[in-house]
Design a protein around this ligand. Sequence first.
Ligand SMILES: [Zn+2]
Length: 59
Amino acid sequence: MADLNHYIPRCRICGPLHAPCHIETAMQICAAHRISHPNHRPQWVPIKSQKDNSKEQTK
Ligand SMILES: [Zn+2]
């Protein structure tokens, strides 16, 4: 339903870049961060999936 409003733009180096927002806003923030920090790899993460994605961090 309102899933599009629950994405967090996040950088592996800087951490969360912004509060939860619309996916398009998150994409824009990530794009801007990638320009200002070419070596960083920001990505937008859906909040509901964070618990599932946390499995990747275990190993
Ligand atoms: Zn960063």
